[in-house]
Design a protein around this ligand. Structure first.
Ligand code: GCU
Length: 457
């Protein structure tokens, strides 16, 4: 453990501003339990050090990093997200539709079902894949889970209207957070088509020469306490097992696993380059994206869009969401071992800086929003700064500053960061930065990225 940063006065002030704004109502879940609100002083944050082994020895060089990396990964497995089973399921992919003239000829649209079991009616997930029609193949691809169904990412009438989990109106009791009311699985209504299009910017992504693959996260496991029995996890139960052990995966682990299964499919689709997969996730799906990329090094670029606590930001910061809130509003997200840290945020043996360090040396972009105090932007930034020390050890560029940049002044090194104006969301501005960042690493092997990737600066 070591004190963080010498020059943090500006950050400390920012933290206080964010804490003040944190009193505003934010999300359905934010209202049920009060987040930490005692104020934040970044100078007092003492973080677990990615470059010190648990036995106190220092990681002196790049050769020692894989061993320390393994140690950190095990801590996240045992104490935070739970272990993902090593067992491999015999996946079956069925391509249910291919339209080479989708979106007015801009895209090839494919819809692929990944069956997790050979049993009829067993759990499965649908991948919606758009490939830019006129770009030379294979193309780099963004992969991201979506919250409300594949049909919500674009008004395209060709997207299958799948089944989605919704609150059951019959059990609606005012005051309960979305996660605590009963849920039912229903055919998605036509009116929800394209509902989240602003957060996806499909045409922008395609115009820049990238494919987009997306999956409804509820296919992998629905997001409520008790949702486990409708998802993929029971397929891994040992004989007689009815629930995960305290150090076994919960829902965030399942969603991360689903992202890796999408990579299994992308590897065999000749339109996309499996070495150029950028995983992106927003909020809870940002937590899942980071955890997926920590475990699976096939993700070449990793983007956290306002992933907050349990993602990029720091449990040890007093601002934003508390461990208590995570564990109370979402008892099904983290492994049972993590629940002992309720009320003891500073005792979680790992923190956001270590999660981000597990991505190194792969390009990592962390994004925050000014009016998103619940995700604690200053600590998302600080975690990125600290993880940068591992990037530097490995010959890459960390953020290169411990001063939070002004709003909409992105930093783009091997670690990137921006804070934009506005609320908890994914916007066209965010996508512009992700595309610029991805271009550096997935489009220009001889250019800026190539230079940086090989440089010792
Ligand atoms: C809630 C939750 C956050 C999460 C967010 C989201 O606000 O407390 O941890 O990131 O939902 O997924 O939108």
């Amino acid at each position: 453990m070591r004190p963080l940063f010498k020059n943090i006065r500006v950050l400390a002030c920012l933290c206080i501003v964010f804490v003040l704004v944190a009193a505003l109502p934010l999300s359905e879940a934010a209202q049920s339990v009060r987040p930490n609100s005692k104020g934040s002083d970044a100078s007092k944050i003492v973080l677990p050090d990615p470059l010190i082994f648990q036995n106190g020895k220092r990681v002196h060089n790049a050769e020692a990093w894989p061993q320390r990396r393994q140690e950190i990964l095990h801590q996240f497995e045992n104490q935070v997200y739970g272990r993902t089973p090593a067992k491999r399921l015999p996946l079956r992919f069925t391509v249910s539709s291919v339209d080479p003239t989708a979106l007015g000829g801009q895209a090839i649209r494919k819809q692929v079902t990944v069956h997790f079991t050979s049993k009829a009616g067993g759990p499965k997930m649908d991948i919606l894949l758009y490939v830019p029609a006129h770009s030379p193949k294979p193309v780099p691809v963004f992969l991201a889970l979506n919250f409300a169904g594949n049909h919500t990412v674009d008004p395209d009438p060709g997207i299958k209207l799948g089944e989605v989990w919704t609150r059951d109106p019959a059990t609606e009791i005012s005051g309960l957070s979305n996660e605590l009311v009963k849920h039912v699985k229903r055919q998605a209504p036509e009116s929800s088509r394209g509902m989240a299009a602003n957060q996806w910017q499909v045409e922008k992504i395609l115009a820049r020469g990238y494919a987009l693959a997306t999956i409804y996260y509820g296919d992998i496991e629905p997001d409520f306490d008790g949702g486990i029995k409708y998802g993929a996890r029971p397929l891994f139960f040992r004989t007689g097992q009815t629930e995960p052990a305290p150090d076994e995966w919960e829902a965030l682990g399942a969603w991360a696993w689903g992202l890796s299964r999408a990579v299994d499919y992308l590897k065999i689709d000749s339109d996309v380059d499996p070495k150029k997969i950028a995983v992106m996730g927003f909020s809870r799906l940002g937590k899942a994206a980071l955890w997926a990329a920590a475990q699976d090094q096939r993700f070449a670029v990793v983007i956290s869009n306002e992933s907050g606590k349990g993602g990029a930001s720091l449990y040890r910061s007093k601002a934003g969401e508390s461990v208590e809130h995570l564990n109370t509003a979402f008892p099904h997200w983290f492994c049972a071992n993590f629940h002992k840290y309720t009320g003891h945020d500073s005792e979680v043996p790992v923190d956001g800086n270590l999660l981000l360090a597990l991505i190194a040396p792969r390009p990592l972009y962390v994004a925050s929003a000014e009016q998103d105090p619940f995700s604690d932007p200053p600590s998302e930034f600080l975690a990125g700064v600290d993880a940068g020390r591992v990037y530097e050890l490995l010959g890459k560029l960390g953020l290169g500053t411990d001063q939070m940049p002004p709003v909409e002044h992105p930093i783009m090194k091997t670690v990137g960061y921006h804070i934009r104006a506005g609320k908890h969301d994914v916007t066209a501005y965010d996508w512009d930065q992700y595309l610029n960042f991805a271009d550096m690493f997935l489009k220009a092997p001889q250019g800026r990225a190539g230079k940086e990737a090989g440089s010792d600066h």
